[in-house]
Design a protein around this ligand. Structure first.
Ligand code: MN
Length: 201
């Protein structure tokens, strides 16, 4: 594990639910600390929030090095893919947005990046992306609805920072984000990748 980058607003329906215009936004990135990744079946509910949101996302694992890459070159650096959840303190994010402040404390807290097993091989470009809470469907979309495709995301990112093996890239979430609370069970799927299951405590 090296760095964790996340794309904001990569599905039109989610961009709209967050009050943004999906057509005019180039991809933008934020990051989480690398030890925010958690693979345990129990995830701690973070402090300092009363509105923890789930965002199911396809996660790309980078297996090669490069900068200033074309989408094709960047896509070929993908080592594998997983399903992940970009846990977000939505209340802190809303405050930060309003004040024009960084999102770090809304996005980059401890255990804010649960991920499933990384499956080696090409990342899926289509297939269902879904999340349920206590068995109730919350988010449902298709990977083909991503505004920026996998290779395009990595290409844009490689023009900002050098990609290196161990980098993880969260590729954005479809509509239906919402709150989760202590004691709830989250299940997430993306195409035929190994599913992710965890309980908040
Ligand atoms: Mn996200």
């Amino acid at each position: 594990m090296r760095r964790i980058y996340c794309v904001g607003r990569n599905y039109a329906d989610h961009a709209r639910e967050m009050g943004a215009d999906p057509d005019r936004e180039p991809p933008f990135f934020f990051s989480k600390p690398r030890d925010a990744v958690i693979t345990a079946e129990a995830v701690p509910y973070p402090p300092a929030t009363a509105d923890l949101h789930h965002e199911v996302e396809l996660v790309l694992a980078v297996g090669g090095s490069g900068a200033d890459l074309t989408p094709q070159e960047a896509g070929s650096l993908t080592f594998g893919a997983a399903v992940g959840v970009d846990l977000t303190r939505r209340d802190l994010q809303a405050e930060a947005k309003k004040a024009g402040r960084p999102w770090d404390m809304a996005k980059g807290f401890d255990a804010s990046a649960p991920i499933g097993l990384i499956r080696p091989g090409p990342a899926p470009a289509s297939g269902a992306i879904r999340l349920s809470v206590d068995g109730e469907p919350r988010q449902a979309g298709d990977l083909s609805q991503m505004i920026w495709a996998n290779g395009e995301i990595l290409s844009h990112l490689s023009r900002l920072v050098r990609l290196e093996p161990g980098d993880l890239v969260f590729t954005g979430t479809p509509a239906g984000v919402g709150a989760v609370t202590r004691g709830q069970q989250v299940e997430a799927w993306a195409a035929d990748l190994p599913p992710l299951r965890f309980k908040l405590f």
